[in-house]
Design a protein around this ligand. Sequence first.
Ligand SMILES: Nc1ncnc2c1ncn2[C@@H]1O[C@H](COP(=O)(O)OP(=O)(O)O)[C@@H](O)[C@H]1O
Ligand SMILES: [Mg+2]
Length: 137
Amino acid sequence: MSKELIRLEGISKAYDGEVVLDNINLYINDSEFLTLLGPSGCGKTTTLQIIGGFVKPTAGTVLFDGVRINDVPPHKRQVNTVFQRYALFPHLDVYDNIAFGLRIAKLGEDEIARRVGEMLEVVDSAVSIWIPRLSTK
Ligand SMILES: Nc1ncnc2c1ncn2[C@@H]1O[C@H](COP(=O)(O)OP(=O)(O)O)[C@@H](O)[C@H]1O
Ligand SMILES: [Mg+2]
């Protein structure tokens, strides 16, 4: 069985005194696929934002691999979020947006170029985006 990776202990969140999460206890195992299901406004996004570090809980502890990460900023957490709406970095071009995660994973630039090209081919944009980019390097 895979081991526990994320744990929420006694997590509560209130906005302006209004409680939206009330003492949540949840653990998620490594490689587990988990769905949060509930009506609009029940606190699904707030829970994910607390795990990602974008929202601070009013009470409770967030643990990652047994370590308390309440005070760790989002970009230093080993947690990633795929947003409901597109979240492209406006200061980066198409190539660098696709390359972003690969750079975090510290892949070499040659490997990044290969993979970015591969993805652009998948979405059939290789001609319009890939070639101009190559010509500027
Ligand atoms: N930044 C915020 N300020 C005030 N209230 C918020 C904020 N974000 C969410 N809420 C409220 O918290 C509750 C839970 O919202 P949310 O986590 O977005 O629910 P869900 O994702 O399940 O639809 C809702 O009542 C929502 O209006
Ligand atoms: Mg939501």
